[in-house]
Every structure is written in structure tokens, then in C-alpha cells.
Design a protein. Structure first.
Lengths: 235, 79
């Protein structure tokens, strides 16, 4: 294992110059294995190809296990599961190589790389959702919302006014984009990553819209006497 | 005033400290390494991410997957 302190001047310079984002981050010394992974992946020729091959094998194992762990989210098995795992590992390797200059050593290199395999699985399952679900973002399934929100059959009469107010808030307080996403994810129960895949957007963009929509609905329900205001946003 | 159903209560819990998906995904590896040893230490080091993971199912699922990868011995001897 090579861990020559001369080997990664660019990485070490980056670590010394780039500030941590926000206050909630941890900086640690780059460990020897991580230094070596980055050195090899930044090298040329056979040593780089060999390192990429070993990285792919590593991320293939992680992808396969992650797909197995999430078996309830897909129906793939056997060769189909293996193809999906290879696709995720391929995507993860591409992400690792593209983002290698941004690796800061906040975790071990391998943990950082695993992350991209997990993300690739999430993205692949989001895309795959539409192979078995032909329903797009419509029709709206408002009648199913009480069940999704944990309203029991015996409580639905009492909760009817609340559900009507919730729908009114969705119809009158949200932007068209917020409404579209809220209906898809909360009302129709489409997984967030499937919406991300369908709209070719980012998870953060969808989450932010839903977050803002929830806040607007909460404010509407407080203003109209359906719930009490509690500091910090927690009812 | 009607008592809110549990699911609606959870839906309307918007935490201002929530750091969002982008930042959570950026630091999820560092968060996972801390959480693998001591989840409370991870939440203390990354409070905005901890708030986000309470709320965002997909990011929480990614953390579970990453922790599983760490726990299941995928760590090789080296490159």
C-alpha cells in the first residue's frame, strides 16, 4: 500500500482550501487506503484500468445487496436483477470518476464510493417504477388519502371536514408545480424517486416543493382553525 | 378543533432545521460512518441532516443502504 505524502498534492491542496459547507460537517485525515484509491484512479494506463475494475467489482457487490434489500420495491430476480445491479454499478463508477476531484476525505473513499452505488439503485428503481405502473400523475386519488393519512373508517366522518379543508388548501394555496407534486406523492402515493425520474429533475427539487407545500397547507389549517400553531412547525 | 390523524400530523411536521436532500446526499457518507458507531453522534455533528432524515423517506432509505454496506463487510483491504 502506497501512502506517500507526496502523492496527492491536488487533493491535499483542495482539502486545505475548500471550506466546509455549513457548520455540520466533520473533517478527518485522509486515510492511506483512500489516498491510494484516489492516486490510482487519477493515474494513467493499466494501473488506473485495474483500479476501475476493482472499484466496479466493489460497487457491483454493494448494488446487488442493495437491490436485494429493496426487493419489495421491484420484481427483478435472477438475471434481470443481475443486469440491474450491473447497470447501477456502471452508473456509480461513472459518478465516482466524475466527482473524484471533489472527494474531500470526510469519509473513507470506499464509503464515499458506496454512496454512489446506493444513489444509483435509488435512481434505477425510480425509473423502473414506471415499467409496472402505467398511471402517471393522474387521476387524482383523493378518496384514498384518508387511508394514507391513517384515518380509520370509524373516524372518517369526523375527519371529513378536515380532509375537505386539506383539499381546499391544496387547490387554493399551492403553486401549480407544488400541487402537481403533492398530488402525485402524497395523494396518489407515487414514490418520490419515481416522480424524480419521470420529470427528469432532482430529488432535492421535488422534496423542496413538497416541503413548501406542506408548510402552506399547515398555515392554511392553522389560519382556518383546524389545528393549533406550535413553534417550530410541529403541530 | 378536530384532532389530527397521526399521518396528517407527520405530514405537517415541517422542521426549519431540515437541510434538504442536496446537502444530506452530499455528506451522507460522513454521516453514515459516524452513525455506524453512534447514531446520536452523527445527529449531533450533522443536525440539519438528522432533521432531514427524520422526514425524507428516500434519503433515510439511502442511509439504511449505506449502513448495510458498511456493516456487511464490503470494506476491502485496499485498492
Amino acid at each position: 500500500m502506497c501512502c506517500d505524502s507526496q502523492v496527492l498534492p491536488a487533493v491535499r491542496r483542495y482539502l486545505s482550501l475548500v471550506p466546509l459547507k455549513g457548520t455540520d460537517a466533520v473533517r478527518r485525515e485522509l486515510d492511506a487506503d483512500s489516498v491510494e484509491w484516489v492516486r490510482l484512479l487519477q493515474s494513467d494506463g493499466a494501473s488506473r484500468d485495474d483500479a476501475i475494475g476493482r472499484l466496479h467489482a466493489l460497487l457491483l457487490r454493494v448494488s446487488r445487496r442493495e437491490l436485494t434489500r429493496r426487493a419489495a420495491q421491484h420484481q427483478a430476480a435472477g438475471p434481470e436483477l443481475d443486469d440491474l445491479a450491473h447497470q447501477c454499478a456502471d452508473d456509480a463508477v461513472v459518478s465516482v470518476l466524475a466527482k473524484l476531484p471533489t472527494f474531500r476525505g470526510d469519509s473513507r473513499f470506499t464509503t464515499w464510493a458506496y454512496k454512489f452505488a446506493v444513489f444509483a439503485v435509488s435512481g434505477a428503481l425510480g425509473q423502473r417504477y414506471w415499467r409496472t405502473h402505467t398511471t402517471a400523475l393522474e387521476p387524482e386519488q383523493w378518496e384514498a388519502l384518508p387511508d394514507r393519512l391513517g384515518v380509520g373508517p370509524e373516524e372518517q366522518v369526523q375527519a371529513a371536514a378536515l380532509m375537505a379543508a386539506l383539499k381546499q388548501a391544496v387547490d387554493t394555496e399551492l403553486t401549480s408545480r407544488q400541487r402537481e407534486l403533492f398530488v402525485a406523492i402524497v395523494v396518489n402515493g407515487v414514490p418520490l424517486d419515481a416522480v424524480v425520474a419521470q420529470l427528469s429533475t432532482s430529488r432535492n427539487a421535488v422534496y423542496k416543493n413538497i416541503f413548501d407545500a406542506r408548510r402552506k397547507i399547515r398555515d392554511f389549517l392553522i389560519t382556518n382553525g383546524y389545528m393549533e400553531s406550535v413553534e417550530g412547525g410541529r403541530p | 378543533m378536530t384532532e389530527l390523524p397521526p399521518g396528517l400530523q407527520r405530514l405537517l411536521q415541517v422542521d426549519p432545521a431540515d437541510a434538504g436532500c442536496e446537502h444530506a446526499m452530499e455528506v451522507l457518507d460522513a454521516y453514515a460512518e459516524l452513525a455506524a458507531v453512534d447514531p446520536s453522534a452523527a445527529a449531533q455533528a450533522f443536525p440539519g441532516v438528522a432533521a432531514h432524515l427524520e422526514d425524507c423517506g428516500p434519503c433515510a432509505d439511502d442511509l439504511t443502504g449505506l449502513l448495510a454496506a458498511l456493516h456487511e463487510g464490503d470494506e476491502p483491504a485496499g485498492p
